[in-house]
Write a protein that binds this ligand. Structure first.
Ligand code: FAD
Length: 318
């Protein structure tokens, strides 16, 4: 079922959902199941599965030298979507990237999704690779998420890359895109960023999921400005509980977001990461309760690895 239908059917009730990251190459899927199993009691109507870009893998050769190879360290997004869909009977949402994929590869991936009965995809540009300063589009790939949305929506009307194919069984994906309450790190201003978010919606995006934020006012202001800019699709808040002290530096640096002083002080006062995890849970519960009271359609949690913190938050909020 489409995410927009899930939201409509909920009739104003806030839904619970989360995002997972595929296991590292060579690791078993059982760990993933063990983390997801306890979250299923909160009835998520959908689970997002991220796609990772390629990165350098360093292989130690017999002669002691290091060989560098570009590879995808967490492959298997669509396969995991199929496995979770079957195991839990939920909708699964593969993240589809511009970076690292030609448009032809994306087309094949979408055809696979369609055959698997996947109704939703999340369209993203992807970041620059770690060794690159800026995002460089892949040869033959899409440049911006809005281009990718156009490609996905065209597949739905039988327009493939070089041909229009008559068909009575074409895909009709519900498409999600990313939004940034504190603006995307490359954007010169929030107004410019909203202009490009509007371009994604005009290209056919059906809903927005936000980057993490730790001050709800940033989300409320963003939604207001998005509405003023003519963006009228659901805007789902993304919540990440802080889990380790290092997040104080890492999250602002990687995602270009602000952390509230009160949260920084509480984390700094912790004597170990066990305490930090508790602070992160309490903060996310407070954020979630306020957002739920404000009537957000879904509370979407970023769960990177161990999900016990998301479970505690869900117990307190749903
Ligand atoms: P775009 O919407 O293409 O925007 C990128 C930048 O270009 C922005 O600054 C925008 O303002 C600007 N821009 C857009 N269109 C134009 C245009 N036509 N002309 C000029 N400027 C333009 N990354 C992953 O690698 N894998 C994932 O699974 C993943 N999942 C994510 C899920 C969510 C909910 C979010 C919020 C992010 C996720 N990301 C993921 C990160 C995302 O790929 C990065 O934030 C990336 O840098 C931007 O992606 P985007 O889709 O927002 O890009």
């Amino acid at each position: 079922m489409k995410i927009t239908e899930h939201i409509e059917n909920a009739k104003g009730e806030t839904l619970f959902s989360f995002e997972i990251v595929p296991p590292q190459k060579g690791k078993n899927i059982q760990d993933l199941y063990d983390n997801i199993d306890p979250l299923m009691e909160f009835n998520p109507p959908f689970i997002d599965v991220t796609t990772s870009r390629e990165e350098y893998l360093y292989i130690k050769k017999k002669n002691g030298l290091l060989e560098r190879k570009i590879t995808r360290m967490r492959p298997g997004t669509v396969g995991i979507c199929a496995a979770l869909k079957q195991r839990y009977q939920v909708d699964t949402i593969p993240h589809v990237l511009c970076g690292g994929f030609t448009r032809e590869e994306t087309e094949y991936l979408l055809v696979d999704c369609h055959y698997l009965g996947i109704d939703n995809v999340m369209a993203l540009r992807g970041d620059a690779m770690k060794h690159q300063r800026y995002f460089e589009p892949t040869n033959g790939g899409n440049c911006y998420a809005s281009d990718l949305v156009t490609q996905i929506k065209n597949l739905g009307v039988g327009k493939y890359l070089n041909e229009v194919i008559e068909s009575d069984n074409n895909a009709d994906f519900c498409v999600g895109v990313a939004g940034y309450p504190e603006k995307h790190l490359e954007s010169p201003s929030l107004t410019t960023d909203l202009k490009w978010l509007k371009a994604k919606v005009d290209a056919g995006a059906d809903y927005v999921v936000t980057q993490m934020f730790f001050n709800n006012q940033a989300y409320f202001d963003f939604v207001e400005k998005a509405r003023e800019a003519g963006i009228n699709v659901p805007i789902i808040p993304g919540i990440k509980p802080i889990a380790v002290k290092k997040h104080l530096q890492l999250l602002p640096q990687v995602f270009s977001i602000d952390l509230p002083e009160e949260l920084i002080a509480a984390v700094e006062a912790c004597k170990d990461n066990k305490e930090v995890r508790e602070v992160g849970i309490e903060w996310a519960i407070a954020q979630s309760r306020e957002l739920k009271a404000a009537g957000v359609p879904v509370l979407h949690y970023y769960s990177m690895g161990k999900s016990s913190n998301i479970q505690k938050i869900a117990e307190a909020v749903f």
